[in-house]
Design a protein around this ligand. Structure first.
Ligand code: PFF
Length: 453
C-alpha cells in the first residue's frame, strides 16, 4: 500500500492486495457460521438454488457498482453520493450503510467471541466421554451465561480496536494474504472427512437437491439477505475498499474472484456440515448454534481433535477479524473525513457504540432472552434487520444510482480502465443487471415477503 500524490488516501498497490482484502472482507462467519444455519432452516437445496442465482444476478453487479463508486470518488460512502449527485437526498443511502455496519459489527462480534471461547476450550473439551448431546448442552450453558459471552465479545472488539488503530495498511493486507489459503486447505480436509461419514449422501442430497415447491417468500428473502451479507455488499464496505484500489485494478475480475471464492467457501462449509448433521442426528434447523455444535462433534471423532479444533477456531477467528475490520472501516472513514476526527477518536467511537450494542446481543441468549421485538431477540433482530432489510435496500439503491443516475461513461471507463483482454463484453450485462435485474428483483422480493404480491 502506498500514498497517492493527489490525495491523502492510501491505495492498494498490488492486484493481489486488492483481491485479497476484498476476499478477506467477504469470507468470514457469514460463510462458515451463517450460511449453513440459514440453508438448514430454509429447506437446504431450495435455499441453495436461490442463493446461487442471487450471487450471480445481484451480487456481482452490486460489488462492481460499489467498486466503481468508491474508486471514482475516492471517498467515504455518503460523500461519494454527495460528490456524484450534489444537492439530492442520495447521500442518505450512505447512512443506511453506516447503520447496517454498526448493527452487524455488534452481533458479529458476539459470534466471533464464541470462536474465542471454543479456541480456548479446545484444550480441555475433547474427552472420550463427550457426545453430540454433551456438546449441545455445553454450548447452551455457555451462551446463556451472564459473563463469558460478554467477556469474549468485549475481548474480540478490543482486539479489533488495536488492529484498526494501526491503519488499513498492515493489519488488513498482511492478515488476509496469509490467512485465506490456509483456511481453504483446512476446509478441504474437513470436507473429505465429512464425505466419508455414514450419512454423507443424505447431507449432500439435502443441500444440493432443490425442491422448488419449497421456495417461499421467507426462503427468497433469507437467500437474498445471505448473498448480500456474505459478499459484504449493500452497505458501502466494498465502496470503501474500492476507494483504496489502484487505477490499474481490474474491477470486474476482482468482483468475480471475490464472489467465486466466497461462494466456494460457503459451499465447502455446507459440505462439511450437512453430512455431519445427518450422521450425528442433529436437526438442520438448529439455528445460530448449529455450527458450534457440529464442529466440536466432528473434531471429537478425528485423530488429534484438539489440534484440528485449535487450528480451525483460530482461523475462523482471524477470518472474522478481517471481516469486522472491513465493516468498522465504513464508519471510521466516515467519522474521520466528515467530522475531522483523528483515527483514534473515530475508532473509539465506532468500537464504543458496537460494544454497547454488542453487550445487548451477547446477553440475548441468556438474561435478555425474553426481551423480544416482533418475536425476535435483540441478536436475531439486529441480524434480520441488517441482513434481510438494510443490505438489500442499500444494494437496490446503489444499483439504481449506478445504473440510472450517474453518467454511464463513469461505469464504462471504470470497468475498462484495466488491462483485461475483453473488458467491453461484460460492461453491457453489468449495466443491464444494475438498471433492471437488481432493482426490480430486490423490489419484487421485498413486496413478496410483506405479502403485496
Ligand atoms: N461478509 C462477511 C462474512 O460473510 O462473514 C460479513 C460482512 C463483512 C458483512 C463486512 C458486511 C460487511 F461490511
Amino acid at each position: 500500500m502506498s500514498k497517492t500524490n493527489d490525495t491523502t488516501r492510501a491505495i492498494f498497490t498490488t492486484r493481489i492486495g486488492a483481491v485479497a482484502t476484498a476476499v478477506g472482507s467477504a469470507v468470514g462467519l457469514g460463510n462458515i457460521w451463517r450460511f449453513p444455519f440459514e440453508a438448514g432452516s430454509h429447506g437446504g437445496g431450495a435455499f441453495m438454488a436461490c442463493y446461487l442465482v442471487f450471487i450471480i444476478a445481484l451480487g456481482i453487479p452490486v460489488i462492481c457498482a460499489e467498486f466503481i463508486l468508491g474508486r471514482h470518488t475516492r471517498s467515504n460512502e455518503p460523500r461519494a453520493f454527495r460528490t456524484l449527485a450534489p444537492g439530492t437526498p442520495w447521500h442518505l443511502v450512505g447512512y443506511i450503510g453506516i447503520l447496517a455496519s454498526i448493527l452487524i459489527l455488534s452481533f458479529y462480534s458476539v459470534v466471533a467471541g464464541w470462536t474465542l471461547e471454543y479456541l480456548t476450550a479446545s484444550f480441555s473439551m475433547f474427552t472420550n466421554d463427550m457426545d453430540t448431546a454433551d456438546y449441545h448442552t455445553r454450548f447452551g450453558q455457555f451462551i446463556s451465561g451472564n459473563w463469558r459471552p460478554v467477556i469474549w465479545t468485549v475481548t474480540f472488539l478490543a482486539i479489533n480496536f488495536l488492529i484498526l488503530l494501526r491503519g488499513v495498511q498492515k493489519g488488513i493486507e498482511r492478515l488476509s494474504n496469509i490467512l485465506m489459503p490456509v483456511m481453504f486447505l483446512l476446509l478441504v480436509i474437513f470436507c473429505v472427512n465429512s464425505l466419508l461419514m455414514p450419512k454423507a449422501s443424505e447431507g449432500l442430497y439435502f443441500l444440493f437437491h432443490p425442491d422448488f415447491s419449497q421456495i417461499t417468500p421467507s426462503v427468497l428473502l433469507g437467500a437474498m439477505g445471505q448473498a448480500f451479507f456474505s459478499l459484504s455488499i449493500g452497505l458501502g464496505c466494498m465502496m470503501t475498499y474500492g476507494s483504496y484500489f489502484s487505477p490499474r485494478t481490474n474491477l470486474l475480475r476482482c468482483a468475480s474472484v471475490t464472489a467465486i471464492l466466497d461462494t466456494g467457501v460457503a459451499i465447502l462449509a455446507g459440505i462439511i456440515i450437512f453430512p455431519a448433521v445427518f450422521s450425528f442426528g442433529i436437526s438442520p434447523e438448529s439455528g445460530p448454534t448449529l455450527v458450534f455444535e457440529v464442529f466440536p462433534t466432528i473434531f471429537s471423532q478425528l485423530h488429534g481433535g484438539m489440534f484440528w479444533s485449535i487450528l480451525f477456531f483460530f482461523l475462523l477467528f482471524l477470518a472474522s477479524l478481517t471481516s469486522t475490520i472491513s465493516m468498522s472501516e465504513i464508519s471510521i472513514t466516515y467519522f474521520m473525513e466528515e467530522y475531522r476526527l483523528s483515527r483514534l477518536r473515530a475508532t473509539m467511537l465506532t468500537i464504543g457504540i458496537a460494544t454497547m450494542l454488542g453487550l445487548l446481543c451477547a446477553l440475548s441468549f441468556g438474561p435478555l432472552r425474553h426481551f423480544t421485538v416482533c418475536g425476535m431477540t435483540i441478536f436475531n433482530l439486529f441480524d434480520y434487520l441488517s441482513s434481510n432489510i438494510l443490505l438489500p435496500l442499500g444494494g437496490m439503491l446503489i444499483s439504481i444510482f449506478a445504473g440510472w443516475i450517474i453518467d454511464k461513461h463513469i461505469i464504462s471507463t471504470q470497468l475498462s480502465e484495466s488491462p483485461a483482454s475483453h473488458p467491453s463484453r461484460w460492461i453491457r450485462p453489468v449495466i443491464f443487471c444494475l438498471r433492471y435485474v437488481a432493482p426490480v428483483g430486490i423490489a419484487l422480493i421485498f413486496m413478496n415477503s410483506i405479502g403485496i404480491i
